[in-house]
Design a protein around this ligand. Structure first.
Ligand SMILES: *[C@@H]1O[C@H](CO)[C@@H](O)[C@H](O)[C@H]1NC(C)=O
Ligand SMILES: *[C@@H]1O[C@H](CO)[C@@H](O)[C@H](O)[C@H]1NC(C)=O
Ligand SMILES: *[C@@H]1O[C@H](CO)[C@@H](O)[C@H](O)[C@H]1NC(C)=O
Ligand SMILES: *[C@@H]1O[C@H](CO)[C@@H](O)[C@H](O)[C@H]1NC(C)=O
Length: 393
């Protein structure tokens, strides 16, 4: 590995001086990541704005397993080629979905740690791209694989993608989606678009029941490890789309206070079949759609996540054994066994993040520490851990 660090002194007007450190490794220039501030304008508004029209992706543009991220790219809220940065994703999630900074950061960070280039601050929302080089020194293999790569974050029991073992885990699967639509036609409640069109918590419990049961039976390698279990039930920590199924309860059968959600129409607080089809099938904002009227916060999405999980108590962190029987994974070691959220943090860093990052120096080290710190802050754990997962996977 070649490491050149050149220090240039920039003399600024007015006599003040700034010291900039330029770090180059393997011909790549390091970029220090920064957590952008919270947006100040947090009300509802029509999305997309005129500056962000839908343009279908071209043949070389990257798209992947996350419908929301694909939608952001199809509208240019992140780069239309599907290669983006930490800051660009945070700003896009805030602007287009009114996501609170913590919520969007908690979803992006595991993906960046798992399959982004944390030195150049680039990630593909799909697969391998010439615009995202391998980490300097190939410390995690000869390519940076992107968020579609199965295993560290991307996983089984998706709402709209096949398990990697079964088929295409990257692109929308109409067969799977049709089974969701059947559940919606049965369990959704009546609304402005007609009978059985407004999706609520119970609808999602039924959809997830169907998804998980089907994948567990069809996929001998079916797995929901701790870091994935939360995501399957809409954890804000992992960006896989399930979180977008959080429905405003005022629309549903339950009687609770108003909570904002990502996909609900911000003016009616309703999540409808039409809206879901737009995001999932077409990866575009619905016509006449408004973002939430207040920031969507992790506490809300976490509460829904827990509610959906509680509706399916027969499913827990686990995997299929050699006989195709679903068995529990061992719990996280103490002191990381105090909550699912803490266990998921531990599992993500210790098993889902390349251990070679623990030896990083300079800008790479600062970026790893920033992202690990963000995940730790949202984890409810009493102590942090260092990356220790397998490399080249
Ligand atoms: C779509 O899902 C169905 C049902 O699980 C599966 O049989 C099929 O192989 C999947 N298609 C692709 C392209 O993965
Ligand atoms: C959102 O609500 C507004 C106000 O009721 C309505 O005009 C619009 O059609 C709705 N949009 C969607 C996508 O449901
Ligand atoms: C965590 O693990 C320790 C050691 O095995 C055990 O004593 C403790 O009861 C566990 N805590 C929880 C909340 O399960
Ligand atoms: C970190 O570096 C040390 C010393 O070179 C080495 O022994 C260790 O295996 C490295 N750890 C990882 C996870 O790469």
């Amino acid at each position: 590995m070649k490491l050149f660090t050149s220090i240039s002194l920039l003399l600024l007007t007015g006599g003040s001086a700034a010291l900039t450190v330029r770090e180059v490794q393997d011909g790549q220039t390091g970029v220090l990541m920064v957590l952008p501030p919270r947006q100040t304008d947090t009300g509802s508004k029509p999305i997309p704005d005129p500056a962000h029209p839908y343009i279908a992706p071209g043949p070389n543009d990257q798209r992947g397993p996350c419908p929301a991220m694909n939608t952001l790219a199809n509208h240019g809220y992140v780069s239309r080629n599907g290669i983006t940065t930490f800051e660009e994703m945070i700003l896009a999630g805030q602007e287009a979905f009114n996501m609170d900074q913590n919520l969007i950061a908690g979803m992006i960070v595991p993906n960046f740690l798992a399959h982004g280039n944390l030195f150049t601050n680039k990630i593909s929302i799909g697969g391998i791209s010439p615009f995202v080089p391998p980490l300097p020194g190939n410390i995690d293999g000869p390519a940076t694989l992107g968020i579609a790569k199965h295993g560290r974050v991307e996983g089984d029991a998706s709402l709209s993608r096949s398990d990697a073992f079964i088929g295409d885990n990257r692109n929308f699967n109409q067969t799977i989606w049709n089974t969701n639509l059947e559940e919606i036609s049965q369990f959704a409640v009546d609304g402005p678009d007609g009978p059985n069109t407004v999706v609520n918590v119970q609808t999602f419990i039924e959809i997830k029941r169907q998804n998980i049961e089907s994948d567990q039976a069809l996929n001998p390698q079916f797995a929901m490890p701790l870091r994935r279990y939360n995501a399957v039930f809409a954890a804000p920590a992992v960006a896989l789309g399930q979180v977008f199924f959080l429905v405003n309860p005022t629309a549903g059968v339950t009687n609770r206070n108003f909570d904002t959600s990502l996909f609900s129409n911000g003016t009616t607080n309703l999540l409808t079949k039409n809206i879901l089809n737009s995001f999932f099938e077409h990866q575009t904002f619905p016509a006449h759609w408004f973002r939430a009227s207040a920031p969507v916060v992790a506490a809300t999405t976490g509460a829904f996540n827990a509610e959906i999980a509680a509706g399916l108590p027969q499913w827990f962190p686990g995997h299929n054994d050699e006989n195709g029987v679903f068995v529990a994974d061992p719990p996280a070691p103490a002191p990381f066994n105090t909550s699912i959220a803490c266990g998921a943090y531990w599992d993500q860093i210790v098993n889902g993040t390349p251990g070679s990052l623990a030896n990083a120096t300079g800008i790479l080290k600062q970026n790893v520490d920033l992202l690990n710190g963000i995940l730790f802050a949202g984890s409810k754990c009493s102590q942090s851990v260092e990356p220790a997962g397998p490399t080249y996977v």
